[in-house]
Design a protein around this ligand. Structure first.
Ligand code: MG
Length: 385
């Protein structure tokens, strides 16, 4: 998966990861978030630190405690990292960070575990070169457009109220979660109040093809797209549904690799892609998907997994690439967490934009007192052990 784009910075010299630390963290959310998968009040995740000669890079694993979004969990990711990925990576010479993900190909699947390690090494490589991560990735935008996602609400009126609050905070594009019973009436209520708001809905796989008449009614609501209406492994079903709709279908859970994107595009299962680097194996796979979408004119945006500021900053850097032509789900850190982990926090301007950091690596300082408070366990490995 070596990168052919010369605008992407080449590593200055070969480097080796000589130490890796995994921390298990738990961060309280500012308010509970409800999707068709359930309700969460805390973000529980693994933070991978990859070190070389005293310099550290960080990667946030986007798996959760339960296998509801995808098959991976924090436990499976820890198992893959501890028993396979880390022993295979420590002390290995890498000429450039693009080489890390192919090196991890010997493990089938488990893209979130791979991404946590791979993205930590990208941050490390950027810091070793004293360059912002965006530059290594080939991005050039100084600002990206923010967007926010609103969870399932108790009533249409409550959803309208939440949407109004987000619009007045500067978010110019909003996504609302839907599930059977909390869909058409809710979307109509938002549309009545905000007829021109760039709006999309995300079903998180909560529907089946029998719900096609409902989607035909949602087709009249001038939505930007309908995200992941059907099961995560049902590309044929998505293709059948898309044929009968004017509104583009966007896939999220269904695309866990560049190969799955190829299948989806070949089948006509989607017209828009939600890309999350942590879902597809890391930055090398994300860049391949970005390049494929850009070349083919497929609209692309970056989703979110309730990342702490560390994972959120990684998404900001990625979105500085030119193929991200729609606003994503990246919002301000303080919107999500009582106490985030980075300084400065990820902030959204009154114009709905986020600055791409210019300092080396992720470009934010980590607030270690907060990381320590949130840490539930810690494991460490060294190349010389
Ligand atoms: Mg989604």
């Amino acid at each position: 998966m070596c990168d052919p784009d010369a605008s992407r910075v080449n590593a200055a010299s070969v480097f080796r990861v000589d130490r890796i630390v995994i921390r298990g963290l738990e961060l309280p959310l500012r308010q509970p978030f409800q999707t068709s998968y359930g309700r969460i009040t805390h973000k529980s995740f693994l933070l991978v630190e990859a070190c070389s000669k005293g310099v550290s890079g960080y990667g946030e694993c986007v798996a959760g405690p339960e296998p509801f979004y995808c098959p991976e969990t924090n436990e499976t990711a820890l198992h893959m990292l501890r028993d396979f990925l880390i022993p295979h990576t420590l002390g290995v010479p890498f000429a450039q960070p693009w080489d890390v993900l192919p090196h991890l190909d010997f493990v089938r699947g488990h893209p979130m575990a791979k991404a946590a390690l791979e993205m930590a090494v990208w941050d490390l490589a950027a810091r070793l070169q004293n360059a912002p991560l965006s530059k290594l990735l080939g991005g050039s935008a100084a600002k990206i457009r923010a967007g926010a996602a609103v969870g399932l609400q108790a009533s249409p009126a409550a959803l309208v109220e939440r949407v109004g609050r987000e619009v007045s905070s500067g978010y110019g594009r909003l996504k609302v979660k839907i599930e059977p019973g909390r869909d058409l009436e809710y979307v109509r209520a938002v549309r009545t109040q905000f007829p021109d708001l760039p709006l999309l809905v995300d079903a998180n796989s909560a529907y089946a093809l029998e719900h096609t008449p409902l989607f035909q009614q949602l087709d009249q609501q001038h939505l930007m797209m309908i995200e992941q209406p059907l099961a995560w492994d049902d590309l044929v079903g998505h293709a059948a549904l898309q044929k009968g709709l004017d509104t583009p279908i966007c896939l999220d859970e269904s695309i866990a690799s560049p190969a799955q994107l190829e299948t989806a595009l070949e089948l006509g299962a989607c017209r828009v892609v939600n890309l999350k680097p942590g879902r597809v194996g890391g930055f090398a796979a994300a860049l391949a998907i970005h390049d494929r979408c850009r070349t083919s004119g497929v609209p692309l945006w970056c989703g979110g997994m309730f990342e702490s500021g560390i994972g959120r900053a990684a998404n900001v850097h990625l979105q500085s690439l030119p193929g991200f032509n729609l606003p994503g789900d990246t919002s301000a850190s303080e919107r999500t967490f009582v106490e985030d982990l980075i300084d400065p926090p990820v902030e959204v301007s009154s114009h709905g934009e986020i600055d791409v950091p210019t300092a080396p690596g992720l470009g934010h300082d980590i607030i270690w007192s907060r990381v320590d408070r949130a840490t539930r366990f810690r494991e460490e490995w060294s190349a010389d052990r």
